[in-house]
Design a protein around this ligand. Structure first.
Ligand code: PLP
Length: 435
């Protein structure tokens, strides 16, 4: 069953899977096969020109991965999805796909450090320039920084690590006024808390490494498309140019839009980037994400609740804590936006400012026992980390300032443990740091 009229909690368990197509297996089978029989030369021709979507070779597509893609699309109300080998592949392939040759991308400074680093270190090698808005909270600021060769706006719906909320509807309106798409990294919110396409996003990317899989055992990414953006408007020749390798049975060259009319964005990622840059997701990893998705709502709801309890605790520790950043923190400037975009909760990642010397800061982190100390987020286990010198270490001091990442910042990703145990762990670590 894959009907989109089912509700989220049904789709997360059953969406995209028809057991009758898989020997009636109850759990999605892992198709651990490199290649798939072509059958006959006529069928091979159809498969290799993408006329027939059946699997050929697991770098390009695979039945287990295809269930994940269909399920992910259903969860976000998307027209199509493609799964990739990492969140970074999802980010870079999407930006390359939209920018084409020598295009510009408009973005903000408040992003995952790896994404900002890719803007600097990889995209320019492909002729892509990234511009930054002056004020990510002001849609007018986006308007001012759009050039004739700007091909997309890229934002995080809820930012890593401070959980700043982007006014998606307003930014989408700016993008569409200029005939360009809005690409949204929705990793921190997950489709359980927010569906960016409902608010005008044209493309949604995920690091499925985080809460989507949720158990800290996989590296994966997803790109979804609304199917509504007009790629034929003249600004995006990469979608309209006839290509020899997409020729039909009469040898007529076809464009990406002709071959993938309903899902040109993810179709082009598959035919070009996945095909030639090759960040494919393994079927086993797709299976792990499918398992994780089955409990997405339950996990995220508890993680949001644990995050709120930790925030309240930290806010009560005035001597140790300078500030807390999360839409549910006291005086957060993102409360209203969170009410609109994230009514079920504003996510489980937040930061706080440690009030002490660098030595006490290190002592605190080294004294934490229950929290894991590593670079992931969205895991079933709670995680703590000193973001400025780890996950966001690539940022220059100026970029860190623009990203609102003070040196005293500590990031927490709330997991599923007992909240009292988590609070007791922070309490004993504070006591050790201030001894
Ligand atoms: N996007 C966001 C918001 C992230 O936090 C991360 C990783 O932390 C990525 C993308 C990259 O994902 P991955 O680590 O799966 O490559």
């Amino acid at each position: 069953m894959s009907k989109s009229n089912f509700k989220f909690d049904t789709l997360k368990v059953r969406g995209g899977y028809r057991s009758s197509e898989h020997n009636e297996a109850v759990s999605v089978p892992i198709y651990q096969s490199t290649a798939f029989e072509l059958g006959n030369t006529e069928r091979a021709g159809r498969l290799f020109s993408f006329t027939d979507p059946d699997p050929i070779y697991t770098r390009l597509s695979n039945p287990t991965v295809a269930v994940l893609e269909e399920r992910a699309a259903l969860l976000d109300g998307a027209a199509g999805a493609i799964a990739l080998g990492s969140g970074m592949a999802a980010v870079t392939y999407s930006l390359l796909n939209a920018a084409g040759k020598n295009g510009r991308i408009l973005s903000t400074a408040r992003l995952y450090g790896g994404s900002v680093d890719a803007f600097d270190k990889i995209l320019p090698d492909f002729g892509v320039t990234v511009d930054f808005v002056e004020d990510a909270d002001d849609p007018e600021s986006f308007e001012k920084s759009i050039f004739p060769d700007t091909k997309a706006i890229y934002v995080e719906a809820v930012s890593n690590p401070n959980s700043a909320v982007t006014d998606l509807e307003a930014v989408a309106q700016v993008a569409h006024r200029h005939g360009i798409p809005l690409i949204v990294d929705n990793t921190l919110a997950t489709p359980y808390l927010l569906n960016p396409i409902k608010f005008g996003a044209d493309v949604v990317v995920y690091s499925a490494t985080k809460a989507l899989s949720g158990h800290g055992n996989v590296i994966a990414g997803l790109v979804l498309e609304s199917g509504k953006f007009n790629w034929a408007g003249g600004k995006y020749p990469q979608f309209t140019k006839p290509l020899y390798f997409l020729r039909d049975s009469e040898d007529r060259e076809r464009s990406i839009l002709e071959v993938f009319p309903a899902t040109p964005f993810t179709g082009r990622i598959r035919a070009i980037y996945l095909n030639y840059l090759g960040a494919a997701l393994s079927p086993f990893d797709a299976y792990l994400i499918l398992l994780g998705l089955e409990t997405l709502s339950e996990r995220v709801a508890k993680q949001v609740s644990n995050a709120e309890k930790l925030i309240r605790y930290l806010e009560s520790k005035k001597d140790y804590v300078l500030w807390v950043k999360h839409p549910y923190a006291q005086n957060s400037p993102y409360r209203e936006l969170a009410k609109k975009y994230l009514p079920k909760g504003a996510g489980s990642v937040f930061t706080f400012g440690f009030n002490g010397t660098p030595k006490q800061y290190a002592k605190f982190l080294n004294s934490v026992k229950l929290f894991s100390y590593h670079a992931n987020i969205g895991d079933a286990r709670s995680i703590i980390i000193n973001s400025p010198t780890t996950t966001h270490a690539e940022l220059t001091p100026e970029q860190r300032k623009q990203a609102d990442l003070a040196p005293e910042t500590i990031r927490i990703s709330a997991g599923l443990e007992d909240d009292g145990d988590l609070i007791a762990d922070l309490e004993q670590a504070f006591e050790k740091a201030y001894q």
